[in-house]
Design a protein around this ligand. Structure first.
Ligand SMILES: Cc1cc2nc3c(=O)[nH]c(=O)nc-3n(C[C@H](O)[C@H](O)[C@H](O)COP(=O)(O)OP(=O)(O)OC[C@H]3O[C@@H](n4cnc5c(N)ncnc54)[C@H](O)[C@@H]3O)c2cc1C
Length: 398
């Protein structure tokens, strides 16, 4: 049944799009006000010579409950990553994988010097244990740092430094593994229960699919709004937006600290590793953290993520990264195709949650967005869905 209440969603990121989808399903026709010219927010892809270049390397974990619920994975034509990683240091490479899902990883994983046999057994044990643990229990568990969790679990420094640190640095976008142990267990469980993948048309295809599912939503692009505590929304051009309720996915500046990263795309003469394998530079001093080749390109294009903070000019950082790739991975880089510096990549959160609690900056607003729960696509979607339900509930009682 068509509902007449006027609902404004600030931000056309994944959370805003999911909020619009949820509202449409209940008969509402919301308006999405977006500062930039397109949907996606942090999930965006540029096309250069038809090659999809994501704004920062990110993967869709197919086991995310919200992904299962809201996305048509088949239509995304996913390219899958192999479980595990290829570890690079000083020109040597070692494979560590999940032999249960990719049998070719059995022997290299067993003989890898990255950790002891006991470490490898513990990885297996942890992944089985997490399969039996519900997400509710993970998010209710005692919160400590990821590093403390791994140490308490009995992993050696060797496997922590050679595998967990570089692998989770690329996911958490911080090098100390100070991210909540809840987030670690959640992500580890998701990796164990599904696959890491990217759509054939880049991660931006996720946002495009959500947008294309909307039929009753109006978009107002290139419109930055200022949202006050009185609930008034004013555009930068001075127009006031009158609305019955607001879902806001744009946090106030003071509300959240951010983690950043750089992403370089280089041409290389040949494929130094197979597309679908994630390479990690394990030496702690390197700027380059993870590498992978784009899928299905005619010529090899290598994506390189830098997480370590630096004061270098981008051109200097690029040169340092090129040297590291040569020294550690024996990869000679060619033309720089594109560079992105993503200053607000992931929210730096202490209290990681899964359950949405309604909060907002005024009585008729509700905050949504990954930063309200935890830094993931799953959380962004979940907050959008739950925020939309909360706003509908609120409207029914006013
Ligand atoms: C480099 C990188 C790697 C990542 N890796 C992964 C990964 O591997 N797996 C994973 O699950 N997640 C990953 N993420 C996180 C994931 O992308 C985010 O959790 C998700 O996209 C957040 O969506 P959101 O809607 O909450 O916020 P956003 O995408 O930030 O959306 C907010 C929107 O609001 C708009 N906006 C802001 N202020 C205003 C204003 N004043 N007026 C109007 N509009 C405004 C913005 O332009 C934006 O479109 C990664 C993110 C980055 C950047």
């Amino acid at each position: 049944m068509e509902k007449t209440a006027n609902i404004t969603i600030i931000g056309a990121g994944v959370s805003g799009l999911l909020a619009a989808k949820t509202l449409e399903e209940k008969g509402y026709s919301p308006t999405v006000v977006e500062a930039t010219e397109a949907v996606g927010g942090r999930v965006k892809t540029d096309f250069i010579d038809s090659v999809p270049l994501d704004h920062g390397f990110q993967v869709l974990l197919t086991a995310y409950p919200m992904v299962q619920k809201h996305l048509n994975l088949e239509a995304l034509n996913l390219n899958y990553f192999k479980p595990g990683a290829l570890l690079f240091s000083n020109g040597k490479r070692e494979r560590i994988g999940d032999p249960l899902r990719d049998f070719s990883a059995l022997w290299p994983t067993l003989v890898s010097k990255a950790g002891t046999f006991k470490d490898k057994w513990k990885i297996f044990k942890l992944s089985q244990q997490l399969k039996r643990t519900s997400l509710n229990d993970i998010f209710a568990s005692k919160e400590t740092t990821t590093l403390a969790f791994l140490q308490d679990y009995g992993f050696t420094d060797s496997i922590i430094n050679n595998f967990f640190k570089p692998f989770f640095t690329g996911i958490f976008l911080e090098e100390e593994l100070r991210t909540s142990s809840r987030m670690f267990q959640f992500v580890f469980k998701m990796f164990g229960e599904g696959y890491a993948a990217v759509p054939q048309n880049g991660i931006g295809a996720v946002a495009e699919q959500l947008k294309n599912s909307l039929k009753q939503t109006t978009f107002q692009f290139n419109t930055t709004v200022n949202f006050s505590a009185t609930g008034k929304i004013a555009t930068e051009k001075g127009e006031t937006i009158t609305t019955d309720a607001v879902l806001c996915s744009a946090p106030l500046q003071s509300e959240v600290a951010w983690k950043s990263c750089h992403n370089f795309y280089f041409e290389t003469a040949e494929w130094a590793i197979e597309p679908g394998i994630i390479g990690l530079l394990t030496a702690p001093e390197t700027y380059a953290n993870n590498i992978n080749y784009l899928f299905q390109t005619k010529t090899p294009i290598l994506s390189v993520t830098v997480v370590k903070e630096s004061t270098h000019a981008v051109t200097d950082l690029e040169q340092l990264v090129r040297k590291e790739l040569k020294l550690h991975c024996a990869i000679e880089t060619g033309r720089l195709v594109k560079h992105y510096h993503i200053k607000k990549a992931l929210p730096d959160l202490e209290n990681i949650r899964q359950d949405f609690t309604q909060k907002g900056n005024s009585s008729n607003s509700i905050s949504i967005g990954d930063y309200t729960l935890n830094g993931s696509l799953n959380a962004a979607m979940q907050s959008g869905e739950a925020g939309a339900c909360a706003v509908m509930n609120q409207l029914q009682h006013t």
